[in-house]
Design a protein around this ligand. Structure first.
Ligand code: NI
Length: 198
């Protein structure tokens, strides 16, 4: 296993559409997944897409850390899920804005609107079919990771770029922001944001 170098915003591999994996059970995919896992653990992130380690294949991994119980929809932490060739289906028109970070956009955080409920399907490297309907932070991290596979980084999903900021400036408190009459919660501060780096 190896800790891989993480591509940063501006690298072409992050802008292109990643290719489908022809054989999810191949030893090459198993090696890629093992290296991505070690890289994700080293970087202390919530998720990682293969494109972020310069491999333009449709592979993502993510987990939902404890404490992410947005709207009480996701009371339990979700252990690491590895998805090959994932598909995301949006289940609602409702969107929620919350803070995100990204290992490919180091040091920055932004307030990103995401759909609050999605269904995702894919295959694990072991050949197991995954089909989940999820909400809250779980739905957010899936959309973030699968966006990577289509060459999209979270700033491209932002509506209010005044809410793109350096994470260490959270020390002054989150900026005021009204969306649908709701103010971004102070609870989504630096600590929560740090865990959401994906
Ligand atoms: Ni990311």
């Amino acid at each position: 296993m190896a800790i891989l170098k993480i591509a940063k915003m501006g690298h072409p591999v992050l802008r292109r559409r990643s290719d489908p994996v022809a054989n999810p059970g191949s030893p090459e995919v198993a090696r890629l997944v093992a290296d991505m896992l070690e890289t994700l653990e080293d970087a202390d992130g919530a998720g990682l897409a293969a494109a972020q380690v310069h491999v333009p294949l449709r592979v993502v991994m993510f987990h939902v850390p404890a404490g992410h119980d947005d709207d009480d929809n996701e009371p339990e932490p979700v252990p690491l899920i590895v998805l090959v060739n994932p598909e995301v289906e949006i289940l609602t028109e409702e969107m929620e804005t919350d803070w995100e970070g990204c290992l490919s956009v180091p040091g920055l955080i932004g307030a990103v609107p995401r759909y609050t409920a999605v269904r995702y399907r894919g295959t694990t490297p072991e050949g197991e079919a995954i089909d989940h309907e999820v909400q809250g932070f779980h739905a957010r991290v899936v959309q973030h990771e699968c966006d990577h596979l289509d060459g999209i980084l979270y700033p491209q999903r932002m509506i209010d770029l005044s809410l793109l900021m350096f994470q260490d400036q959270m020390r002054y408190g989150p900026p005021r922001h009204e969306e649908d009459g709701e103010e971004l919660d102070e609870a989504t501060g630096e600590q929560a944001v740090a865990e959401e780096t994906a």
